[in-house]
Design a binder for this molecule. Structure first.
Ligand code: FES
Length: 106
């Protein structure tokens, strides 16, 4: 049976509007993004060749991989050119001033 765990990461104040930050949560590379005062968390590893996204470009709700320009929707992790290719997304909540990421335990 799988369970979800809320794992604390950085302080909420460390992530400004339109900022992207790479963190590790339970050993997983995760990209945190604040957009329109909502926090998004994505797998921080591009399925193309494994680059990380934190130095990519954030435009509206899309992040562009800095290596070869693949674009992903930060809301559902879908690759723009082929929605069958996705990166993992995680729920986040703020508790005690910290961003907590919901990680599935298998
Ligand atoms: S590694 Fe991301 S587009 Fe190539």
């Amino acid at each position: 049976m799988s369970q979800n765990h809320l794992v604390p990461s950085i302080k909420e104040t460390e992530l400004k509007e339109n900022q992207m930050k790479a963190v590790r949560v339970k050993g997983k590379p995760i990209l945190l993004i604040r957009k329109n005062n909502q926090i998004f968390a994505l797998q921080n590893r591009c399925p193309h060749m494994g680059c990380t996204f934190e130095t990519g470009i954030l435009r509206d709700y899309q992040v562009m991989c800095p290596c070869h320009g693949w674009k992903f929707d930060i809301r559902d992790g879908k690759y723009q050119e082929n929605p069958a290719t996705t990166i993992e997304t995680y729920n986040c909540i703020i508790q005690n001033g910290k961003i907590h990421v919901q990680i599935k335990n298998k």
